[in-house]
Structure formats: C-alpha cells, structure tokens
Write a protein that binds this ligand. Structure first.
Ligand code: RNT
Ligand code: ZN
Length: 417
C-alpha cells in the first residue's frame, strides 16, 4: 500500500470526523491503551505441552489439520512473536496452565508451580509482553464430565488443588510483571442428558470455589467464565451464567463474557451495563459462534461492534479486559490470529469514533429519527482510514498487506514443521 495515500486519506477522514465532533487524534491515542490478551491456544489447537497424548475434551472441539501448528514452546513463542509484530499496539498473552515449561517432565495438574512459568515470565519481560492465565480442567484423565462439582471428593480435591496452584502462579506472574495477571476459571462441568441433582452439583461447585478463592492475593485478579452448553454436555452446565453472575456479584469478582457462551440471539453487548453495576470488572473472550459455541475466528461482525460500542458508551474502557478466544485448525493459524485481533481493534476504533455526545443528546430529547439516522451514517464514516493510519504509525502492514507477511512466515517457518 502506498503510505502517502494512507496519510492523505487519513487527513480527509480527520476533517470528516471533526465535522461531527469527533477528534481522531484522541482516538488514535486511546487505541494505544487498548491491549488485547492474545490467547496462546490458537497456535496449536489447544494442545499444550503436557505430552500425555490426551485428546481435547471438556465439550470443546477443534477441527482441521492445516499444516504448521506449533509443536513445542519454542515454536509457539516464535508464532506469538510473529503475531505481535503484525499487530499495531502492544498486547498481552493469555496462557493456559497446560502451556507450562515442563521441560519434558510429567507434571500433573495438581503439581504445577510458578517455576514452570518462570521462562514465560522472562520471555514476557524480554519482549515487553504481559501475561494472563487460565486453569485447565479439560483434556485430562480426571476430567470426565465433572471436576470442581464432582460428588467424588478425591476428584473434586484434585481440581481444587489445581485451581489454587493456578492462583499462586498467576500471583507470581503478576508480581513479576508488576501488573495484575488475570486468572480465568472456566470448567466444563455438565451433563449430556436430563439431570436430576442440579442443585447438588451447583452446591458442590460453590463450595469448591469458596475454598479456591479464600486466599487473598495482590497481583492477580480472578475472573469466572460461564457457558451455556458444551459438546456432549448439552443438557446441563453447572457453571451457568446465572450461577456465576450471582457468585461474582456476591464476591465482588470479575466475570468473563465469552461471546460464544450465550443463546444465539442473546446480546452480549447488553450485558455490559447490567453487569458492571454489580461486578468490578469484566474480561472478554471475543469469539465468533456460528450457530453454537464453534470458536470460529473473530471478525468485525455486528455483535462484536455492538459489544465494544457498549463498553465505550458505558464509560467502561478501563474496567474491561479484552481477551480473544477461538481455535480453528482449518486455516493458517497465524493468519487466524491477525484477522481476529485486527477485527477486535477495528470494532474498538469504530466504537471510539462514534459521536456519542450528539447521539446522547438526540436520545435525551426524544429525537428518535435523528438518533437512528446518525447511527446508520456512522457505519459508512471513514473509520478504516483511521485504523490504517494507526497501523502506519505503528510500522505494521496496512490493510491487506498483512496477508503477504503471513504468507512469508508460512513459507519460511511454519511450512517447514
Ligand atoms: C470454552 C471456554 C474457554 C476455553 C479456553 C480454552 O468454551 O470458552 O475459555 O475456550 O479456556
Ligand atoms: Zn472462553
């Protein structure tokens, strides 16, 4: 792309936005503070480094065998560095416990320690990448259908131990990076068919969580993620939205909103203002559900744009953490990262470029036609020119130029795996 053109187009866009009362320079500044927490698990189809040959379980599924997936920690780091280099701005990395640096040893989930993440912490420090964390309850012989809500005390305790250790690891990461590490707790617990003891499993989950969250830490923040159903667990989810909303509100904890975890016509955007009145912060798992929680690559679709607009309109930019969550093995995995991350950025830049003062004024004066008209016009305002300028100023490929960069990495690196 011709960089002179990009700049000229931006200057015209800047004037155009000024005419509706929006300052694009301010938006470009705000975009610098918009950090995504890039999920490590798109690079290797949620495999991790435990090497126990365990298939992916827990109601989630990856399709596809596009060549070149990361097979070890070096390859995964290289892929993530490539991704970070193709994105404007600075971003975090979201690790799962199964991605520890186990150095070929068989470290079970109830044995993980901060030391297994030491090399990640150092890598992050080296590259200027902060880390977030997730406990891992799936793909393990003790997973079954129930973990923290299992009536079998020994299985429950195994997963309680794992979860408590993960909090300790997150604390060590947060302290080392002098910035809180968010620990997301998602468990798949549920059942395939009609379930009678619903109350009992939820009661057990509540008890397990009370034990897990008892210890107070300074450098980590807990977030809980609900789900509507998993594959093979269609009839009942112990950690449902109602369960975790109540739990988080009661304990003043963060909630993770995964955009794939709700009924297909439910608006996740509408949850932002409802939840933020009762919980301190939100974590997002921005995904793209196609008919179900299919974890397709995130794109700039209406639900995603709506979600980011709601965050901006709620004045909640600094109360939301922006994770991505999808895993698709049918296409170039690095490319999948860039598409999804850029889609989230584009959704955010569109949200920030909204003439919100004017829209609010219309609404308060009951000017319904004007409000709807301006919202419609916003869709075709030159927001892409502002995003391209953001890429240009960050020295990363602009527009479709990143396709070539991804192809180069494929040619030189991933195709040789
Ligand atoms: C699963 C949840 C969960 C996982 C990751 C791998 O439905 O979305 O967040 O995708 O932890
Ligand atoms: Zn998720």
């Amino acid at each position: 792309m011709n960089t002179n053109h990009i700049n000229q187009i931006y200057n015209i866009a800047k004037e155009r936005y000024a005419s509706i009362g929006v300052d694009t320079e301010k938006v470009l500044d705000q975009m610098k503070d918009f950090h995504l927490s890039i999920h490590c698990w798109q690079a290797d189809d949620v495999t991790g480094f435990e090497n126990r040959g365990e298939a992916l379980s827990g109601g989630i599924q990856v399709n596809g065998n596009y060549p070149g997936k990361a097979r070890n920690i070096e390859e995964l780091r290289s892929d993530i560095e490539c991704v970070m280099n193709l994105l404007p701005g600075t971003h975090r990395l979201n690790l799962h416990e199964i991605y520890g640096d186990f150095k070929g040893k068989c470290i079970d989930r109830n044995q993980c320690e901060p030391e297994h993440f030491r090399s990640w912490i150092e890598w992050g420090r080296d590259k200027g990448i902060k880390l977030d964390f997730n406990s891992t309850s799936f793909s393990h012989p003790k997973s079954g259908d129930l973990t923290l809500s299992n009536p079998d005390r020994s299985i429950r305790e195994f997963w309680i131990e794992h979860s408590m250790r993960c909090r300790k690891i997150a604390e060590a990461i947060g302290e080392a990076q002098q910035d809180p590490c968010i620990l997301n707790t998602w468990i798949h617990d549920g059942s395939k068919d009609l379930t009678v003891n619903r109350y009992m499993y939820r009661e057990l989950l509540k008890e397990s969580l009370d034990v897990i969250f008892k210890e107070k830490y300074n450098w980590m923040k807990d977030s809980v993620e609900s789900k509507v159903f998993g594959i093979g667990l269609e009839s009942y989810t112990v950690g449902s939205n109602d369960f975790y909303t109540a739990y988080a509100a009661k304990h003043d904890m963060m909630i993770t909103l995964d955009t794939g975890h709700f009924h297909p016509t439910e608006s996740v955007a509408d949850k932002v203002s409802a939840m933020l009145l009762f919980v301190p912060e939100l974590m997002l798992h921005v995904s793209r559900p196609v008919r179900w929680d299919s974890d397709h690559v995130t794109i700039m679709d209406d639900p995603t744009v709506d979600l980011f607009s709601e965050i901006v309109r709620a004045g909640a930019l600094n109360r939301v953490h922006y994770g991505l969550d999808y895993f698709d093995g049918t296409l170039n995995r690095i490319g999948a990262y860039i598409i999804g991350a850029r889609a989230a950025q584009k959704s955010m830049i569109r949200a920030l470029l909204e003439p919100v003062a004017k829209l609010r004024e219309y609404e308060l004066n009951d000017r319904r036609f004007e409000r709807l008209a301006l919202l419609e016009e916003c869709k075709s305002m030159p927001w892409a020119a502002v995003y391209n300028e953001f890429c240009l100023r960050n020295n990363v490929p602009v527009g479709e130029d990143y396709i070539m960069a991804v192809e180069d990495y494929e040619k030189n690196v991933t195709s040789k795996r």
